[in-house]
Design a protein around this ligand. Sequence first.
Ligand code: MSP
Length: 523
Amino acid sequence: MDKFYITTPIYYPSGRFHIGTAYTTVVADTVKRYKTLRGYDTYLLTGTDEHGQKIQTVAENNNITPQEHVDKMADMAKELWAKMHIQYDDFIRTTEDRHTKIVQKIFEYFLEKGDIYKGYYEGMYCVPCETYFTKTQLVDGKCPDCGREVKPMKEEAYFFNMKKYSERLLKLYETSDFITPEFRKTEMINNFIKPGLEDLCVSRTSFDWGIPVKSDPRHIVYVWLDALTNYITALGYLSDDDTLFKKYWPADLQIVGKDIARFHLIYWPIFLMALDLPLPKKILVHNWIMMKDGKMSKSKGNVVYPELLMDRYGLDATRYFLLREMPVVQDGVFSPEGFVERFNFDLCNDLGNLLNRTVSMVNKYFEGKVPTYVGKVNDVDEELEEYTRKQIKLVEEHLERFEFAQSLQELWNIVSRTNKYIDETTPWALEKEGETLKLQACMNYLIENLRKIAIMLIPYMPDTANSILKQIGITDDELKTWESMEKNDKIPETTKVIEKGEPLFMRLNVEEEIEYIKNGMKQ
Ligand code: MSP
């Protein structure tokens, strides 16, 4: 069985997670479910990035120790992922021994090799971002990332010799396609590699919430060397038991947001080269979820927490919106109007109605028993079959390329086409005219397409997929596999359609719900 190892970034546990943070995890979970469905032995890693000055400050402000703070936050993260049915296999915390010990080993190894050397760090420092900037990087004299004040700082520090690996990295960029989308690669080459890579500062003495350098404990390992290595320490790299590491490394897909692309596309491959380890097969860089008035921020009162949507509209509607509306390669905008519209149109009208109409017709005309495949009998049967086959390929191709929005769009084209098929075949007229064979074909095609739609929905909206399969009476696991979509004559004669299924989604009152979401954003 082929393996597929997926990672999310490890999240800073500084505050509650909003839909932006949840987005990366939902994407990872969707890929995990898809690859599992395709027969891979999958492994999904997520976790929390618990060290650094910012965490220390947040804890101090709350009058608790950093450890107490991160414990609480890691629990909160796990609760959220449980609520969102995220099927992660491991949750790594950078304060765990299994991580800190190995980070220390890696640091010493780099020191011995001469990849890490001691020097002085000088620059303009942004405390909340924990990042030094050169004067030219500042925007109006302020932090280019968060726009806040920066201050000049100088400290003794260890550096990683990035320059040494710069050529090798460039070669790697030229010869492999491990970066998706492609334009991120060009961005890295033009903005960072060609102008000359700066060595990376990998230790700090200005605060102590971090992993001490074994041979020089006044220093703590600075955040990116600590954070990035989670992807291998979680698998037991350099530990007494490295079975998982041997099995799953290199990662097949590492998912990161655009703000941390530089760290994952430059420093991470270089650390791996320095460790003589194979590089991840694919790093997917996604854009951001924005609001109409820019970034989400508490001060603007425009933050959307996943609970706000999930608790009222359900997990699957939330997942659907995130995956359908947020293109990976450009920023997506969240708006309450957009959410309610997608809910009513795509989920209620298109998908929900198709299921309702079909189930009630099979009940009315055939006492709930799905007629067996009788061939292409109606004028449009052939076309529907062909169209569906073609669309399934597109859904799959986009999904394989991690183009979730396009994949869902193609899937919804099948939903619309199938709804149109009802209007074209007019089953109510076929019944009146006593055209039993045509009516049988029609019902069989409808159920068959719903079965396929449900299978393709498994990675995206697992609960909805299951309830569709249940309502159309598909219990046999063999009829729920991706491969089973290839043939049309799958449904056994005796399949019983459940009599009155719960509607998948209830139509929303547009004004009321827009108001509800807007109010929730202010809290
Ligand atoms: N701790 C680092 C990652 C270390 S990985 C070795 C970090 N954490 S974070 O909590 O700030 O961000 C985690 C992820 O959430 C990043 O991939 C980031 O891009 C993503 N997002 C944060 N806000 C987002 C949106 N508004 N939209 C989409 N993704 C967003 O960075």
